[in-house]
Every structure is written in C-alpha cells, then in structure tokens.
Design a protein. Structure first.
Length: 357
C-alpha cells in the first residue's frame, strides 16, 4: 500500500482550522439572533458557573487525552515514547477536527504512525484496532447505557416535532445496526478469517458496476491480512490495558459534559445517567455530519438534547462545551503540526545527509 502524501498533507493543513471555526461561529450567531430566548443577559449566565465543576470538566478532558496517549503506547507495544505519543494523538485529533466526522482521520493516523518509524503494515493494524475498539464500545456499551436511562434517551421538545423525533430514532437505530455489522465483520476479518474476507471482497468488487474499485478492494484485503498477522498471538496482557483504556477514554469524553452541566444546575443521579446516555445518540448524529468536526451540527443539536436540564443556560453551556472539547484540538494541531513536520522530515533528511557524508 502507498499512502497519498499530497492528499494527507492537504488534510493536515493548519489553514483548515478556519473552516470549522467559521461554520461553528456562524451557527452560534444565527442561534443568537434567531432564538428570542437568547440575548445579552443570557451570555452573562456564564458567570454563574461553578468554578470547581468547570475545573472538573477540564480535568476530565485531560484524563481523556491521557487515556488516548496511554492507549496508543500500549497498542504499539510502547514503540512510541510519551512525547511521540502526544504528537500522534494531537495530530490525529486535529485531522478528525478538520475533516467531516463521516470521513474521520484514519488515513492520516496511519501516515503519522508510519512517519514515526512504525512499519506501514503495523501502523494499519494499530489504527484498525483503535477503530474496532471504539466501535465495540458503542455497540456493546450503548444497550447497557440506554437500559439504565430507562427509555429517556430521545429528546422531546417543541422544536423537534414528532416526525423529526421519529426520524432521529430511526437514524440512531439504523446507524447502530450498521456500526454493529461493520464491527463484527472487521473483528472477524482481523482475528478469524482474513483471507476469506479478502476473497469475498474481491468477489463483490468483481461485479460489473463495482469493477473499477476491484484493485482498491484487493489492496484493502492485503492490508487486513497483514494487520491480522501483526495482531495474531497477542494475549490478555496486551488486550486488557487497551480495552480498559478505551472504556476510560469514552467514559471521560461523555462525563465532561455531565460536569459542565453540573456547573450551572444541580443534577440528580437519574439525570446524570440520561445526559450520559443522550450523548451516545448525539455522537451518532455528529458522526453523520458532513461538516468538519461536526461543526454547526453539534452546536444546533446540543440544545435539542440537553435544554430540558439547563434551565436557561443552554446557549452558554453549548459554547463552553465546544470551546473545551473541540476547538483546543484545532489550535494545538496548528501549533504542533509545523514542529512535527520539521522533526520528522527535515531533521531526518539532515541526519541522512550527514551520515551519507
């Protein structure tokens, strides 16, 4: 497999940070001017926030990122140092933030790991493992979380009419089914029968109207086989830390909003569970967004999902939520990317020229 470096560098472009920022700000300003309940007094509500809970929300985000860094080190069997793992995660998050959620930063993640000195086949296997683990958290965890929410998972509001509510439920369950099927197929391909998967893939793409993608399908099948070889023989000592880290990462991702809402209004245990569960639904809605990092989509739907808990603080909470959970990765990526390029490309080139002389 050859990575399309030009395409990847087009994604890893610091100038791209302005696109999601402009979209996000556009939606925020539209909400400010179109919603009669939002005014200058509403914005002053930010000063009502409980600072301990704000600090807790920030701490939870730091824990989440620490979990990502720990997991990538464990998945790569500590081939990455702590410093290099930090660079990988920041750039991976940056790539996800500047691309539509439905696209994600998978190819960029493979590219980054490869440039950090990990062979391409191994880099592919590591990224595939993270994707499967993340999907399995959702596939396995969602029914458990939704059970504890006692059915109070889909928002009910005047803005969301019955037809739209039903559409939202349909989108969730269809998406859930697709994620479940995809995760099971990929897990079976990686850990059980990679060659059978490749054979089926080639047969499917041998059909007349799919034939032009047959070469890509064959290449993908080879990647799966190579990744499967890399992961075969790994015992529980390898899998236990990465599975626990995945649970920790996603729990931290969701609990941050629980802490943030608690900064404005007191929440019962039942409300904490419902807010946590609704973020599972929210995640699916954001995943099918066509905008970079779900910019605009996230800001709009936040109010539909969580307004009932916020008692007039919905607007300021939605802004703080995105400021804490999304925009830092745009800024950090724009800062770290030039440094990473200098370290990975120019220093290596200089070292190579020196050793050659």
């Amino acid at each position: 497999m050859k990575l399309d470096n030009k395409k990847i560098f087009k994604t890893l472009n610091p100038n791209k940070v302005w696109v999601p920022i402009i979209i996000g700000l556009g939606i925020v300003f539209a909400m400010f001017y179109l919603d009669p309940n939002v005014n200058a007094q509403t914005l002053k509500g930010v000063f009502d926030a409980s600072l301990p809970y704000i600090f807790l929300a920030i701490l939870v985000i730091i824990f989440r990122d620490a979990g990502y860094i720990y997991r990538i080190r464990e998945i790569t069997q500590r081939e990455l140092s702590w410093t290099r793992a930090i660079y990988v995660i920041i750039l991976w998050e940056f790539a996800s933030a500047v691309t539509p959620s439905v696209v994600g930063g998978t190819a960029v993640a493979i590219f980054i790991l490869n440039k950090e000195g990990i062979k391409l086949g191994r880099a592919i296997s590591f990224v595939m493992v993270t994707a499967i683990l993340d999907n399995l958290f959702f596939v396995i965890g969602a029914p458990i979380i939704l059970f504890f929410a006692k059915g109070n998972i889909f928002p009910q509001s005047q803005v969301l009419e019955n037809q739209l509510e039903n559409s939202l439920q349909a989108i969730f369950w269809i998406s859930y089914g697709l994620y479940a099927i995809y995760s099971l197929i990929m897990a079976a391909a990686l850990f059980y029968r990679p060659r059978v998967f490749k054979w089926v893939l080639i047969k499917i793409f041998s059909l007349k109207w799919l034939r032009k993608w047959k070469h890509d399908a064959q290449e993908y099948g080879n990647q799966i086989i190579e990744a499967s070889k890399e992961l075969s023989g790994k015992n529980w000592k390898y899998w236990t830390p990465v599975i626990l880290a995945t649970i920790f990462i996603w729990s931290s991702r969701y609990l941050m909003l629980n802490a943030l809402i608690s900064a404005f209004v007191p929440l019962s245990l039942e409300n904490h569970v419902i807010i946590f569960a609704r973020q599972v639904i929210m995640w699916i809605v954001m995943m099918i967004s066509p905008t970079p990092g779900s910019s605009g989509t996230a800001e709009f739907f936040f109010g539909q999902f969580f307004a009932q808990f916020l008692d007039g603080y919905t607007f300021v909470t939605s802004i703080l939520w995105r400021l804490l959970s999304y925009y830092p990765y745009l800024i950090l990526g724009a800062i770290f990317l030039p440094r990473w390029i200098r370290q990975v490309f120019f220093k290596k080139k200089k070292t190579g020229e020196t050793s050659h002389d």
